[in-house]
Design a protein around this ligand. Structure first.
Ligand code: PSV
Ligand code: MN
Length: 385
């Protein structure tokens, strides 16, 4: 097995700044030694992941959690550590004003506040050189009758258009969907179809963001991937995995086979080709496991399932499909899925001057002990700060 294939070299997975802060559930957020106190420390940790894996050259920001006075200097800081600033995530879910919605709110002043927040995010992007503004909305209702479903869609369309007007020529707006939570009866962007309808109405630089954790159990996510790629509207992924709800666990941990099937469609649809504009991002939290190795494990999982998907004998697959040979076609996929690519990927890393075992290399580097000793005092970053 030889992965000199350039497709594997094109794999680059954006890390979310918030994965390095403390997180938890509504029951408890556990603090851990060495947790970053600010965005610079988060970027430093993300840079370790890239240094050891060669797989994660960009870091996504969340505004206002990662707000700084000088974004040009933040970009330079990131570059000095070997990474770049990526997607800017907006936040309209933590302000009292948004209790009944943000871009969909009945009150024009609240909608304008939410629009203005996105214009601030675009200004951050102008300074960091980021391409993507990612919008995930907590908007929705808890009870039938609470809101006018259709009027909310109309207001959403109008608000998104006001934001899109300010998206620059080399920038994009990506609209994420989620079928529930925090709203329980109805969310305003619940599915890929709704996101697709809105982004198509906006223009060519508006795309859909697919978060793997945002579907009902049993949803065929690879079908959505294939369809959105076919329609040229898949802007980005938020990778994570789930057992029950929006668990935000390590991608590929709950269901590696699902990740394999998704990566097969990603490759099939050209999203890992040289100049592909599809962004692969993690959207995860590490509640009980160590965060830096958790991120390393995540990008390695994506790489492993990508490598397995690249092993699919596509000629044999097509022949079996054309012949109506159901079991042979299925066997072609399963042969690839059951292949252990880990030794070959260790070789891939060695050829590139990377450690064969990135998690062991992190442990041996003493980085965690150093930040545990250095990062004393201040307030640890947490979900929401
Ligand atoms: C909330 O569900 C969420 O996880 C969305 O997936 C966003 O991408 C993320 O938070 C960051 O705002
Ligand atoms: Mn997400």
């Amino acid at each position: 097995m030889n992965f000199t294939d350039t497709v594997l070299d094109n794999l680059d997975i954006e890390l979310p700044s918030w994965a390095f802060g403390n997180s938890g559930t509504r029951f408890k957020v556990f603090g851990t030694p060495g947790t970053p106190r600010d965005i610079r420390e988060k970027i430093a940790d993300a840079a370790q992941v890239h240094r050891l894996t060669g797989l994660a050259s960009t870091v996504a920001l969340h505004i206002p959690w990662d707000r700084v006075d000088d974004y040009t200097s933040l970009s330079r800081y990131a570059q000095d550590l070997g990474v770049r600033l990526g997607t800017v995530n907006s936040n309209t879910f933590q302000d009292d004003a948004y209790k009944f919605g943000s871009l969909t709110h009945t009150d024009k002043t609240v909608r304008q506040k939410a629009i203005d927040h996105h214009l601030d995010c675009i200004e951050v992007m102008n300074q960091t050189g980021s391409r993507d503004l990612k919008i995930w909305l907590a908007d929705g209702t808890n009870y039938p009758g609470q809101g006018d479903i259709r009027a909310r869609q109309d207001r959403l369309a109008e608000s998104l258009a006001a934001i899109y007007q300010h998206i620059g020529e080399s920038q994009r707006l990506v609209l994420e969907y989620k079928f529930f939570e925090p709203a329980m009866y109805m969310t305003d962007v619940p599915d890929w179809g709704t996101s697709y309808v809105h982004v198509c109405a906006l223009g060519e630089r508006a795309m859909v963001c697919l978060d793997t954790g945002h579907h009902a159990p049993g949803t065929n996510i690879e079908f959505i991937v294939a369809q959105l790629l076919r329609l040229n509207r898949l802007g980005s992924f938020d990778f994570n995995s789930r057992f029950y709800a929006d668990d935000d666990l390590i991608v590929g941990a709950a269901d590696p086979f699902q990740l394999f099937r998704i990566m097969f469609e990603v490759i099939r649809g050209g999203a890992l080709d040289q100049n592909s504009a599809v962004a692969l991002m993690l959207d995860q939290c590490h509640n009980v496991e160590d965060k830096i190795p958790g991120q390393i494990r995540s990008v390695l999982n994506v790489q492993e399932m990508t490598a397995r998907a690249l092993l699919v004998d596509t000629d044999a697959l097509r022949r079996a499909q054309d012949d109506g040979d159901v079991l042979a076609a299925n066997a072609v996929l399963m042969d690839a899925f059951y292949t252990d690519v880990r030794p070959a990927l260790a070789g891939w890393r060695a050829e590139r001057g990377l450690p064969e075992d990135p998690i062991a290399a992190l442990r041996d580097s003493g980085y965690q002990q150093r930040i545990n000793a250095e990062r004393v005092g201040g307030t640890q970053s947490s979900w929401g700060a």
